[in-house]
Design a protein around this ligand. Structure first.
Ligand SMILES: [Zn+2]
Length: 381
């Protein structure tokens, strides 16, 4: 992974040393509130659950550590004054999380396809998941405004979209640049030039970044893209951009389902409490919202049927029999200032549909689309 990253970055990478500190959190060790990693100039500290299978740990480390390592480029070495003179007591935020986090997350996926760690279909699947996940957030909230105000509501709630829509904005800008330059220049080249113009000890002015990007790329169209989709409130036309690189988006609607979150795949099981738990960035289903369910609540039982991991199919089977408008009783565990409290919530069932958008390579792309696709996925000119 590190060798592939160094190849991908070329002369943008100046690290002589980099340490990866991994803490696998088990049941008995210090209490861990969340999993993930934090970037530093020459190291990253990673926290993952010890109970994860080894393969899953390997894959997660590739995704998470590569993301943190790419932060050595952005924002650690290329950043605005807000980051350079960061005031920990009274933080002033930058407008550019789309680049610091989104661009970094895009790199963490792009280097894997360009360096052969994943295949073309796996890469598309990842981008498709980001499109699906981004739908849980406000698509018309300008990313620069969210970024600048991310410490307060309602912007705070949208933060995790930097890893979804943020990465997709970088992807579309990559395609836009390649289209404009006949494949010669991509997002990575733009960041490289920006990092050469600025660097670790020379921050840029936050509101001048877009003018700097026009200067380093030589394309004023970059500013139009920025004004519409990053600083503006227009949803990014993913289908239009993906079509330029020979990729189709197909929409499919799922059967109406009864569940607590919009995407049932983001459900987990807590072995200690014998309850279903949900990813904290998942969107609640209309039913869950209507009964005052919180994303951090755990589901112990439904209409008196307790959750048993050995008979999970029976439980799922029961949810399939639930009809729209039917009375439903949910037994939950709610965290109340560190104490888990058992509670009962009641309401009428609302069945919900999920729209799945699957990305696939066009069977018959035009020669122009195919050329751009190859340049996009290989990084070669
Ligand atoms: Zn990050």
């Amino acid at each position: 992974m590190v060798v592939a990253q160094k190849k991908f970055l070329g002369d943008m990478n100046t690290n002589k040393k980099y340490a990866i500190m991994l803490y696998l959190s088990g049941g008995d060790g210090p209490k861990v509130k969340g999993f993930g990693a934090l970037e530093h100039h020459e190291s990253t500290s990673v926290v993952l659950p010890e109970g994860m299978p080894k393969d899953a740990i390997d894959n997660t480390i590739t995704d998470v550590v590569s993301h943190e390592f790419f932060h050595t480029v952005n924002p650690l070495k290329t950043h605005s004054e807000e980051i350079h003179y960061f005031d920990y007591a009274d933080p002033k935020m930058s407008q550019h999380l789309w680049m610091y986090e989104g661009g970094t997350e895009y790199f963490a996926n792009l280097f894997q396809i360009q360096e052969g760690l994943i295949n073309k279909d796996q890469f598309l699947e990842r981008m498709g998941e980001k499109i699906a996940n981004s739908k849980s957030y406000d698509d018309t909230m300008p990313f620069t405004v969210m970024s600048k105000n991310v410490l307060v509501e309602p912007y705070k709630d949208q933060y995790r979209n930097v890893y979804e829509k943020g990465a997709l904005l970088a992807m579309c800008l990559d395609i836009e640049l390649r289209k404009l330059s006949n494949g010669e220049m991509g997002y990575r080249d733009m960041i490289r030039k920006l990092s050469q113009r600025f660097g670790e000890n020379k921050p840029f002015k936050d509101d001048k970044l877009i003018d700097e990007l026009v200067t380093v790329t030589g394309y004023p169209q970059v500013k139009d893209f920025y004004n519409k989709y990053i600083a503006g409130n227009q949803p990014t036309p993913y289908a239009q951009y993906l079509s330029m690189v020979g990729v189709d988006i197909k929409k499919q609607e799922s059967q109406p389902l009864f569940w607590f979150i919009k995407n049932p795949n983001e459900t987990d099981f807590d072995q200690k409490t014998n309850a279903f738990t949900f990813d904290d960035h998942s969107a609640l289903s209309p039913f869950a919202k209507s009964i005052g369910f919180k994303i951090t609540d755990q589901v112990l039982a439904l209409d008196g049927r307790t959750v048993d991991i050995k008979k999970v199919q029976d439980f799922i089977g029961y949810t399939r029999t639930i009809k729209d408008g039917q009375d439903v009783t949910v037994t939950i565990l709610r965290d109340n200032a560190g104490k888990k409290e058992k509670m009962t919530l009641k309401g009428k069932a609302i069945l919900d549909k999920m729209t799945m958008e699957t990305l696939s390579f066009k069977a018959n792309p035009t020669p122009e689309e195919l050329k751009l696709q190859t340049q996009w996925l290989t990084g070669k000119k």
